[in-house]
Design a protein around this ligand. Structure first.
Ligand code: IFM
Length: 455
């Protein structure tokens, strides 16, 4: 058992970028994970409704049917969010809530986001809005989902429609959240909706996700010229305890597969060719002009970082993951490894001369939190946040243009295949009563931001 540092406070060093009032600190959520209300106001079924209702797909059979009931409790949630003194909120829009089956706007669903964004703005919060955080309308999956090129065009239509409707209420649009997870877990491993399992599907899905992204960027810019436009990628640090050439290649391949698979097409307009050695025969169909669309310049890149993975060579073209012993882990079993965040940021800055400004759009951890005498003492999370923010500060000092950091997550929520057991929030949610309780981490962040504002 690894002991956790007993940091009692959340006080960044005096020279930390965190004290800079322009460095944005926010909290993040996603529609399916918090909204509930899946049958209301004309919302269509999403792939996660169908997947999570299928026996055996999620822990304890949990679904997003009620989640945090945010669809009804959003005024209380906005008050809580604003009470934390954060400068921004990252949320996502549920595509099946705002668009009808024949591609028309669903005004009732759109009204929800208009009210929410207006209330956030009234509180002085910046709004970071993701268009696709994994909840594809099921009727599009029935036609092949992201493996079908047509879905990229449907996504672009959705982006066009919703950015016309919400123009002026959004500070920054992100097209996709974590296309790696959508493609690989949705169509490769089957751990996520829609649960397909073929790497050939995964690579084709990735290409169509990125194509949809590029097409959407053009609409977002045209319809909402004041807003920033970007995309959010999850990235992973891969290392190997095997110092041989084979071990080091395994670690390199891990990062290539997790990071460069997405960042190269976005920032270099090509896929890394070594991918097709890792996955022979899985090269996607790419039409003329696709890579130029995908490589449309971005205003910002969102980076989501959680953990490091140790790998060894599989003796063939790939790698195998091997858990390290004696390292600190979260409730997810993920290794706590802040140095990986600094390392990756500095590496991206070195490898991509056109790297846009970065926001850490997600970072945080799951802990098995409980309310005791009205309090939640999430000591490991406080320590986690301290250490990862120090890693961000180190990257900034090394020259990386990081503009902000969003804690994942504002509140405990539906953690996909892991249901409600895994608690990522800085606000505790009692799902039986929907009572929200600020965890100690939330209180310390609030105090720090008050001090920062007062200086
Ligand atoms: O909860 C998820 C989120 O939806 C996407 N990024 C990772 C988080 C933790 O697993």
């Amino acid at each position: 058992m690894v002991s956790v540092a007993n940091d009692e406070t959340f006080t960044p060093p005096a020279d930390s970028v965190l004290w800079n009032k322009d460095f944005l600190i926010g909290a993040a959520t996603a529609a399916y994970q918090i909204e509930g209300a899946i049958h209301e106001d004309g919302r269509l079924p999403s792939i996660w409704d169908i997947f999570s209702a299928t026996p055996g797909k999620t822990l304890a059979g949990d679904t997003g049917e009620f989640a945090c009931d945010h669809y009804h409790r959003w005024p209380e949630d906005v008050e809580l969010l604003a009470s934390l003194n954060v400068g921004a909120y990252r949320l996502s829009i549920s595509w099946p809530r705002v668009m009808t089956i024949d591609g028309q706007p669903n005004e009732q669903g759109i009204a929800f986001y208009r009210k929410l964004l207006t209330a956030l703005r009234a509180k002085g919060l910046k709004t970071y809005v993701t268009l696709y955080h994994w909840d594809l309308p099921q009727h599009l999956e029935d036609k092949g989902g992201w493996v079908n090129r047509d879905t990229a065009y449907r996504f672009a239509e959705y982006a066009d429609m919703i950015s016309r409707k919400l123009a002026g209420l959004v500070d920054a649009w992100a097209t996709l959240n974590e296309p790696w997870c959508s493609a690989m877990h949705g169509y490769g491993t089957g751990h996520h909706a829609p649960g397909k399992k073929d790497v050939v599907f995964a690579t084709q899905a990735m290409h169509h996700l990125l194509l949809g992204h590029g097409l959407a960027v053009r609409h977002l810019r045209a319809n909402d010229p004041q807003a920033q436009v970007g995309i959010v990628a999850n990235v992973g640090r891969g290392t190997s305890t095997d110092s041989s050439a084979a071990g080091q290649r395994a670690a390199w391949l891990f990062e290539l597969q997790h990071n460069n698979w997405i960042l190269d097409p976005l920032l270099k307009k090509s896929y890394p060719s070594a991918l097709w050695e890792l996955w022979p025969g899985a090269e996607p169909t790419i039409l003329a002009g696709d890579m130029d669309i995908i490589g449309t310049p971005l205003d910002f890149l969102g980076i989501n970082y959680y953990f490091r993975t140790n790998v060894v060579s599989d003796g063939k073209h790939g790698y195998t993951e091997v858990d390290l012993e004696g390292v600190e882990r979260t409730q997810m079993g993920w290794e706590v490894y802040p140095e990986g965040l600094r390392h990756l940021l500095v590496g991206f800055h070195r490898d991509y001369p056109n790297l846009p400004p970065i926001y850490i759009t997600e970072n945080g951890m799951a802990t098995d939190d409980a309310v005791v005498d009205g309090e939640v003492n999430d000591q490991q999370r406080i320590s986690f946040l301290n250490r990862h923010l120090a890693a961000v500060d180190a990257a900034v000092k090394a020259g990386v243009d990081v503009r902000g950091y969003f804690i994942w997550s504002l509140m405990d929520n539906f953690e996909w295949a892991f249901g409600y057991e895994r608690r990522f929030g800085i606000i505790h949610v009692d799902y039986a009563t929907q009572k929200r309780t600020l965890k100690r981490s939330a209180k310390l962040v609030t105090e720090f931001l008050a001090q920062r504002a007062a200086q």
